[in-house]
Design a protein around this ligand. Structure first.
Ligand code: MN
Ligand code: MN
Length: 467
């Protein structure tokens, strides 16, 4: 017996049409008109939109003192069925061993949604260069470098990024960068602190847009010289976005994502009284409204190709953020957002006419899967794809409330925002996991999805090289 979802308006990245979907054994078996009901469980989706389960290509589960995969069911409630976590590298340990340790300790048996990994370089030795050729066989096809966080294990010199790019391109590994100029940030942090400027708003003052614009352009130059595709994570400034667009227009395989908060929260959130601004401390910092508008325009015009949450729910929540009560630079970075990404993109984007329904699916489901090398198993409603399906009721009206949060922390970043539409039913591999904002499945049933190399950032590059 299969599951037959009837009469929904199916939205894909390129299309919208009314059809029935037949699910057999965790996969989409058939899409068609008036499919026979006999022998199947029938769900009527008349008047509802049906789209692929969300894919969040940018989350942090259990690294940097964040809450771990035990809270990953929050994704399901918000219509996201697959997350791609940035696995940390442990000191003195190789990338693949580090990912395995992270997976064993934090994800196995605990993940409730399906998941995959990007790796983060945090042990800056030349051993990395020897390991890059082995990564794809070990299940890692994306590698992220930090250009910021000076005097921490994160910040990597240009030299190592450049040499890694020269090797990675031969294996189809996607290089990602967190692009902020670590020297500029470090200097500004110290100068502001010495002037007695300690409140959360100075987080933004110490990381102004130019810090991001410069590092983004530098990463583009490194990639251009290395002849390597590049994916810039969490683009928050207009200038950084335009640097990516201009590089792409010059024929380079340079792409970027932005995140929910850079589209919807401006820097006034950092200025909230009583240290409340600390809840919104993440890097890059929140921007002024002109940047928010430019980013909405940019995702509709395809200057940026995906929207992740950069979910990082600091363990200990707001209380833990008080580590930085006397110095904004000591506030643990990160904000929760795994649950409300799709809600915010629909309510603030689609419902307000900023992006189309197709573009919503493309930036929130399809492209994130492509970027991460897990498409078309994920991110598509198509025969043979995993049956990760959302039935969406566009008529629901409500408000995002902390009491509805499954994120496991003590605040919801988007509390008070209007909720337009609701996830009536969410299916993970054909199984109903969430209904009308409530979890209805057992936890811990998420499955690891192995990524493939030569993902999105390589598509046009490969065509171009073959011309
Ligand atoms: Mn980052
Ligand atoms: Mn991040």
């Amino acid at each position: 017996m299969g599951l037959l979802i009837k009469n929904g308006n199916i939205i894909s990245a390129t299309n919208e049409y009314k059809a029935d979907i037949l699910v057999i054994d965790e996969k989409i078996a058939e899409i068609g008109i008036d499919l026979p009901e006999e022998g199947h469980e029938v769900v009527d989706a008349t008047g509802h939109y049906v789209f692929p389960g969300g894919v969040d290509e940018h989350v942090h589960m259990g690294s940097f003192a964040t809450l771990s995969f035990e809270t990953s069911h929050a994704a399901l409630v918000g219509g996201t069925t697959t997350i791609v976590d940035f696995a940390p590298q442990f000191e003195g340990m190789g990338i693949l061993d580090s990912v395995k340790k992270h997976d064993d300790e934090r994800a196995k048996g605990k993940a409730s949604c399906d998941y995959s990994y990007h790796a983060m370089v945090m042990d800056k030795s030349d051993k990395l260069l020897d390991e890059i050729p082995k990564l794809v066989d070990g299940g890692i096809t994306t590698l992220k470098f930090f250009m910021a966080y000076k005097y921490t294990p994160f910040m990597v010199e240009d030299d190592l990024i450049f040499r890694s790019m020269q090797i990675a391109k031969d294996y189809g590994i996607t290089i990602m960068v967190h692009a902020e100029n670590g020297d500029m940030v470090y200097t500004l942090q110290n100068q502001l602190y010495s002037e007695g400027k300690i409140e959360p708003i100075y987080h933004a003052r110490s990381r102004p847009p130019i810090v991001e614009d410069e590092a983004t352009q530098r990463a583009i130059y490194l990639a251009e010289l290395a002849d390597c595709p590049l994916f810039v994570v969490h683009v928050s400034s207009k200038g950084a976005m335009m640097n990516i667009k201009n590089a792409y227009d010059r024929g380079l395989p340079i792409y970027g994502e932005t995140c929910t908060h850079y589209l919807t929260l401006d820097e006034s959130y950092l200025a909230k009284p009583d240290f409340e601004g600390a809840k919104y401390v993440c890097s890059p910092a929140l921007r002024t409204k002109d940047h928010l508008e430019a980013l909405w325009d940019g995702i509709e015009k395809e200057y940026l190709v995906a929207v992740g949450s950069d979910h990082a729910a600091v363990d200990g929540g707001f209380e833990r953020k008080k580590d930085g009560i006397d110095n904004f630079a000591k506030i643990p970075n990160g904000s929760p957002g795994i649950q409300d990404r799709l809600t915010m993109l629909w309510s603030q984007g689609v419902a307000k006419g900023k992006i189309s329904r197709q573009r919503f699916v493309e930036i929130a489901c399809t492209n994130p899967a492509k970027v991460s090398g897990i498409y078309p198993q994920k991110g598509a409603i198509a025969p043979g794809s995993d049956a990760d399906i959302v039935i969406f009721d566009p008529d629901y009206r409500g408000v995002i409330k902390f009491e509805d949060s499954y994120e496991g922390t003590d605040y919801a970043a988007y509390e008070g925002f209007e909720r337009i539409g609701r996830f009536d039913k969410v299916y993970l591999r054909g199984k109903l996991v969430a209904e009308k904002g409530k979890l209805v499945s057992e936890k811990g049933k998420g499955k690891y999805i192995r990524p493939k190399p030569y993902a999105f950032a390589y598509d046009e590059y490969t065509n171009y090289k073959n011309e």
